[in-house]
Write a protein that binds this ligand. Structure first.
Ligand code: NAG
Ligand code: NAG
Ligand code: NAG
Ligand code: NAG
Ligand code: NAG
Ligand code: NAG
Ligand code: NAG
Length: 486
């Protein structure tokens, strides 16, 4: 029998690629009748991706059902980093993707069962349509976020609503995927700014409706309300929703082979702490604060008397979209004598091996920017969170975690970090931080939250086991794509 071949097209960048490959491997492992081809858009000189794909190709044997195809590198476009650079770059690949699909259809000894794109790559759906192939989305944020996006598409593109009216507004919106009204202050900020970028993104999202289904990196037990709302009609979509997660980056080791001393030192330090005693602070790959905010956090930690592990990084130079780096010497931004005074109870680090830290029994709470991946990791490890969102859809995640699901304490729900602004637009004082940390770590402060989080830890693991909700959703997806080739 011919294999049913799925073509995955992730956005450029290592993290998108890794999660796609992991998703592909999972499907291959689940069903011997499937093969997976990943089309890779490589930015020029992206050596990290280069290394990763080389390692992956050499690991794959000739009979492997996982195949990688590099799309041509577009040097000219990449040197022009306009605001829409990423979207332009992806769209410039349309002709190449068409060629590749056309070749595959002619030559393949398997039968194409469809394409799977992520949320920025919906331009390729048109090509799938040309070839009468089915399309699917792999959505890497929450089901609630997916519901909000689809709702905004209908408000703006079908009902001519102007979202800029919600900028700095106390209004609340009724969104089908949320049981409570959603404050305008937690909407992803890009939608509230007037501009072609927001409309362009909404047009991409609208194309979700042309797909057959959407795999979401979540599980039914975590977001039952949102998934129920998405799966019943009335939200404008007739797609199937497959909650297949949590798909975690369990092999962060593979991409970062330099198993360095700093990681060992961090885990050794945690080994010395008592169970659930340490609060871990980490703000994601783009997370950083300016100096006066850093001092407030430091004072809060010192006043709380709590053991802590703090991933502290330097903001990137203004106007540059590069990842924050560790300080050569963090004492240059910390209060005088802080490191000395907190010796023994606290440790300030740069990059954190997040999954290893969250899995450590000494860690009892997580102050997080609420990126969806970090949220899933925290749930998987059963560590309660305190929310400190910064950008993208993180405020929405914080709102969901605190108000809808009751599995996190709030430091803030609507905090916003604006990378373009000259001065910080938002600030949290040390007392506000300290009291949230005390509630998070307190013996009696968060019993309800701790209980729910440890239940979710169990449910997240059960979901992936044979017969679990996500396992079944994966089976349904596989069945549906194999039927496409019948
Ligand atoms: C989660 O991580 C994956 C892989 O690292 C990435 O592709 C995806 O965009 C992330 N999702 C969010 C919402 O940040
Ligand atoms: C790529 O791999 C080579 C050889 O393993 C290594 O020396 C180099 O530092 C890697 N580059 C990046 C950017 O990871
Ligand atoms: C850079 O991109 C912008 C927007 O896509 C375009 O208007 C401009 O002509 C480009 N510049 C160059 C030098 O290609
Ligand atoms: C990553 O490496 C560390 C240290 O070698 C190890 O303890 C951990 O289990 C590894 N994680 C995974 C997911 O393989
Ligand atoms: C790998 O580890 C190094 C050192 O700990 C860190 O600086 C770097 O950001 C990590 N790279 C990735 C892709 O996570
Ligand atoms: C762990 O605690 C012992 C005893 O207090 C101390 O000697 C050792 O240096 C500590 N190790 C680390 C990594 O902090
Ligand atoms: C989850 O809880 C159930 C019921 O208490 C138990 O039978 C099961 O072993 C637990 N599963 C995991 C993965 O912890």
């Amino acid at each position: 029998m011919k294999k049913a071949e799925l073509i995955f097209i992730p956005s450029p960048g290592l993290s998108h690629l890794i999660s796609t490959v992991e998703m592909g491997k999972l499907l291959l492992q689940r069903d011997g009748c499937i093969s997976v081809t990943v089309l890779i858009m490589k930015l020029p000189n992206d050596l990290v991706v280069e290394n990763y794909t080389q390692k992956l190709s050499s690991a794959a044997n000739p009979s492997s059902r996982l195949r990688l195809i590099n799309l041509p590198v577009q040097d000219e476009l990449a040197s022009n980093k306009s605001e829409n650079f990423l979207f332009d770059f992806i769209e410039s690949q349309v002709i190449h993707v068409r060629d590749i699909l056309s070749n595959l259809i002619e030559s393949s000894d398997s039968q194409l069962a469809g394409i799977v794109v992520d949320m920025f790559c919906t331009s390729f759906i048109d090509i799938a349509n040309e070839f009468s192939l089915n399309s699917y989305i792999f959505f890497t944020s929450s089901a609630a976020c997916l519901g909000l996006f689809l709702h905004l598409v209908s408000l703006v593109l079908e009902n001519d609503q102007d979202l800029t009216q919600y900028k700095n507004s106390d209004a609340e919106l009724h969104v089908p995927c949320f049981s409570r009204p959603v404050p305008a202050k937690v909407l992803p900020f890009m939608f509230l700014e007037d501009g072609p970028k927001s409309t362009k993104f909404l047009r991409y999202l609208k194309k979700f409706r042309e797909t057959k289904g959407i795999m979401v990196n979540t599980f039914s037990e975590l977001e039952s309300y949102a998934i129920q709302a998405l799966s019943t009609d009335g939200i404008g979509n007739t797609q199937k929703i497959y909650p297949v997660g949590p798909i975690l980056n369990l092999n962060e080791n593979e991409s970062n082979t330099s198993k360095n001393e700093s990681e060992e030192a961090i885990l050794d330090w945690l080994d010395n702490q008592s169970e659930s005693s340490v609060v871990f602070l980490c703000f994601g790959s783009m997370g950083s604060f300016d100096e006066c905010q850093v001092k407030e956090i430091a004072n809060a930690l010192e006043n709380s008397g709590q053991s802590f592990l703090w991933s502290l990084r330097r903001p990137s130079p203004k106007g540059k979209m590069e990842y924050p780096k560790a300080y050569d010497d963090p004492q240059q931004v910390l209060p005088d004598g802080f490191v000395e005074r907190t010796k023994g109870i606290g440790k300030v680090i740069g990059w954190a091996p997040q999954m290893a830290v969250l899995s450590h029994p000494a860690v009892g709470g997580f102050v997080s920017h609420c990126g969806w991946n970090s949220t899933l990791e925290s749930v998987w490890c059963g560590v309660p969170m305190a929310t400190w969102p910064m950008y993208a859809e993180q405020q929405l995640n914080a709102f969901e975690l605190v108000k809808e699901l009751g599995i996190a304490e709030a430091i803030r729900i609507d905090f916003r970090r604006d990378f373009k602004a000259e001065s910080p637009v938002d600030f949290v004082g040390s007392e506000e931080i300290r009291s949230a940390i005390s509630r998070l770590m307190g013996k009696d402060g968060n019993i309800e939250i701790s209980k729910k989080v440890s239940e979710m830890k169990n449910k997240s693991r059960m979901a992936l086991q044979e017969g679990g909700s996500s396992y079944i959703a994966q089976s349904l997806f596989i069945e549906d794509v194999i039927n496409n080739t019948a």
